[in-house]
Design a protein around this ligand. Structure first.
Ligand code: AMP
Ligand code: GLY
Length: 433
């Protein structure tokens, strides 16, 4: 098949890499891609959210399938635009991507579909929002309705902190229109888990459950990031939980969207909070609650999940994109995988770019490890840093321990100025034993 992958991060490198390992050979393209995708695909110099540019490329090149990585182009209607020129696209139409683009819409869908989630109120008036805090107790969560580059959520430990978040969003307009409406939400206690469900709008297949590491430092300390590492399968949910999640979360949402005339084709990513035995159960009364939905593959979850998918991945993507997904389409391999993000000093705050990356050539890990590029660029024959998250080193093994060890072994040869990474990926899984 001729396939275009849209995006430029580690997620897109992992998607293109996985497609390059299919039993059938594909002609792979990536827009705009990065120095890593260039190893497995041909990069096309078009920004991921340049809808007109991608449609123009598609008209000229006539791919069999377009796979959209990031949320921004989906929310802007890339899938709608591609569908109108007759190209199968893996990624929901804008009306479906709203499940990520508007937290209010996500709550509305969950309420209608009976999906367990934290209790929430919508506010536009700062005084009313502050009054609402007393109804929630502490900690309390304040969220901007719209996309805010991962920064629109404040888990406040004190009333002062919650009031400051309300003022930032509703008075100072720190997130512009995205924060013109906010949610005050019940705090959910427990351990997080990412469920990536592939769906064609009728059926859904769940990929192995994974866990992200959002905080920047070891021991889950420091500010939130886009994710500093991930592993799969995450033991926080078991096989019986996965069946429950499919019947009580994924399918009801897919069906509710369908009822509203939204055929959801792509990844429905459910960010879950799982309350441990004896923990404080949420107001929904359930042990598993939805924190958020995303309309795409997670990053860095994808770098740990896709190495566990066997068989012909292109077939599963195409079948989801064309409404023909069936149970046998996704082959899940035994064992585990883990990925470690190598980041630029200063991230998630300000950081330098253009630093030369050494040691990438030493990391050809065959079947057992691979280094995905997240924020890299080619410059004068070398590869340099071009983002906060630079590389994602993945290991696969029969056990999670083996996978994590292989991921860190892949890291060991690599360096760039001010590089740092978390040393405790998968610690929650290891602490269980
Ligand atoms: P979101 O952008 O909705 O994924 O929120 C970012 C992060 O904030 C989540 O991954 C959680 O760690 C945290 N978070 C969001 N909502 C809640 C909640 N209701 N209770 C506890 N933590 C939350
Ligand atoms: N790793 C979190 C996300 O992709 O949203």
């Amino acid at each position: 098949m001729k396939i275009l992958v849209v995006g430029s991060g580690g997620r897109e490198h992992a998607i293109a890499w996985r497609l390059s390992r299919d039993p059938v050979k594909h002609e792979l393209f990536c827009a705009p891609g990065n120095a890593g995708t260039a190893l497995v695909a041909q990069n096309a110099d078009i920004a991921a959210d340049d809808i007109a540019g991608i449609c123009e490329w598609t008209r000229r090149n006539n791919p069999d399938l377009v796979v959209v990585g990031p949320e921004a182009p989906l929310v802007k209607g890339l899938a709608d635009a591609l569908a109108s020129i007759g190209t199968p696209v893996f990624g929901p139409v804008a009306a479906g991507a709203r499940i990520e683009g508007s937290k209010r819409f996500a709550k509305e869908i969950m309420r209608a579909a009976g999906v367990p989630t934290g209790l929430a109120e919508i506010h536009t008036d700062p005084a009313e929002a502050k009054k609402a805090l007393a109804r929630f107790g502490l900690p309390v969560v304040v969220k901007a309705d719209g996309l805010a580059a991962g920064k629109g959520v404040v888990v406040a430990e004190s009333v002062e902190e919650a009031e400051r978040a309300i003022d930032d969003m509703l008075v100072e307009s720190k997130f512009g229109k995205a924060g013109a409406e906010i949610l005050i939400e019940e705090f959910l206690d427990g351990e997080e888990c990412s469920i990536l469900a592939m769906t064609d709008g009728e059926n859904a297949l769940l990929l192995p459950p994974s866990q992200d590491h959002k905080r920047v430092f070891d021991g889950d300390k420091g500010p939130n990031t886009g994710g500093m590492g991930a592993y799969a399968p995450a033991p926080v949910v078991g096989a019986a939980d996965m069946d429950w999640i499919k019947s009580n979360i994924i399918m009801p949402v897919v069906k509710e969207l369908g009822k509203r005339g939204i055929p959801y084709r792509g990844i429905l990513y459910a960010g879950l909070m799982v309350t441990p035995e004896g923990g404080r159960i949420a107001k929904s009364g359930k042990r598993i609650n939805v924190v958020e939905f995303n309309a795409r593959f997670g990053d860095p979850e994808t770098e740990a999940v896709l190495p566990l998918i066997g068989g012909d991945f292109s077939k599963a993507l195409l079948h989801a994109a064309t409404g023909r997904l069936s149970d046998g389409d996704l082959e899940i391999l035994p064992g585990a995988a883990a990925t470690v993000i190598l980041a630029s000093g200063g991230y998630p705050g300000a950081y330098a770019k253009g630093k030369k990356i050494e040691g990438l050539d030493k990391t050809a890990g065959g079947d057992k490890s691979v280094v995905f590029h997240c924020g890299t660029a080619a410059k004068d024959g070398t590869i340099v840093t071009s983002g906060g998250r630079v590389l994602s080193a993945t290991g696969r093994g029969a056990t999670l321990r083996e996978a994590v060890d292989r991921a860190y072994r892949a890291v060991s040869g690599i360096s760039f100025e001010n590089m740092f990474f978390r040393k405790d990926i998968a610690h929650r899984a290891f602490e269980r034993n």
